[in-house]
Design a protein around this ligand. Structure first.
Ligand code: AKG
Length: 258
């Protein structure tokens, strides 16, 4: 699958691109049905919310489950990523961010490169974050919020927040967010299950808590050029995989459902 010139232009302008109907309802159902067993398997890559103890994020999924292994190499994700990057890329991180009904907690304002650089020694902000919505994502159940065009600023100042949630994150301070949001506005990334999303490593984003009665699970795959691989290995493998071999896309029917 290839992106059009128009889609590439929008991605470059906004820092993100929404791809409605990227996966079918049947494909999403098949993937989603795998989650309860994964969340209950006691793997250290399951990180729970501070307050409720519900799974917040479940990591390293391509090494734990054959359905998510196939999704991680799916041509509808990998081919556009390789088109954008123009060079071979490795699987840096694979997870489902859960944000359970009533209890899913905030993701603070941040951009991914701050963590990739500070924790993993990644030198350039080239990694792409590729999402697939495993639930309908609405204004109510904790969608991602983006500041369009904020990727163009490059690296913002960031500091490590280990207090706000159970997941340590390099976050951006409120004055920086305010200045950028006043200039560029804000967008929430909503869509039906099966929607895809691509965004850049320096795009400022976060997401509010989920007070709604609806779960909001989103699959996230981060691909990083092999030429830009991590130079540090202080974090567990499920947070930044150390296998830097190039990802090869599978067939379009690799999930085994249409
Ligand atoms: O899932 C979310 O709401 C946000 C997750 C996020 O920002 C991230 O994984 O970097």
């Amino acid at each position: 699958m290839r992106l059009s010139e128009e889609q590439i232009g929008a991605l470059n302008r906004q820092g993100f691109l929404v791809l409605p109907d990227l996966f079918s309802g049947a494909e999403v159902d098949a993937l989603r049905s795998r989650l309860p067993a994964l969340f209950a398997d006691g793997h250290e890559g399951n990180i729970v919310e501070r307050e409720s103890g519900e799974v917040r994020t479940s990591m390293g999924l391509h090494l734990r489950d054959e359905g998510f292994s196939a999704l991680t190499r799916h041509p509808r994700l990998v081919e556009p990523a390789l088109q954008i990057l123009g060079e071979p890329a490795y699987i840096q991180q694979v997870k489902v961010n859960v944000k359970a009904a009533f209890s899913g907690e905030v993701w603070q304002w941040h951009y991914d490169f701050a963590t990739h650089h500070e924790e993993d020694g990644v030198l350039r902000p080239l990694a792409l974050n590729l999402h697939v919505f495993l639930d309908d994502v609405s204004e109510f159940n904790g969608p991602l919020w983006f500041i369009p065009g904020s990727h163009a600023v490059g690296a913002h100042g960031a500091h490590l927040d280990t207090a706000t949630t159970s997941y340590p994150l390099w976050v951006v301070d409120p004055p920086t967010v305010k200045a950028l949001a006043e200039k560029n506005g804000m967008v929430s990334a909503t869509g039906a299950r099966g929607t895809g999303l691509i965004f850049f490593d320096t795009l400022l984003h976060g997401s509010p808590p989920n007070m709604s009665p609806w779960d909001r699970a989103i699959f996230s795959l981060i691909l990083n050029p092999v030429s830009n691989a991590a130079t540090l290995c202080g974090r567990p493998d499920y947070k930044h995989h150390q296998d830097f071999s190039p990802v090869v896309p599978l067939d379009d029917n690799c999930l085994g459902v249409m």
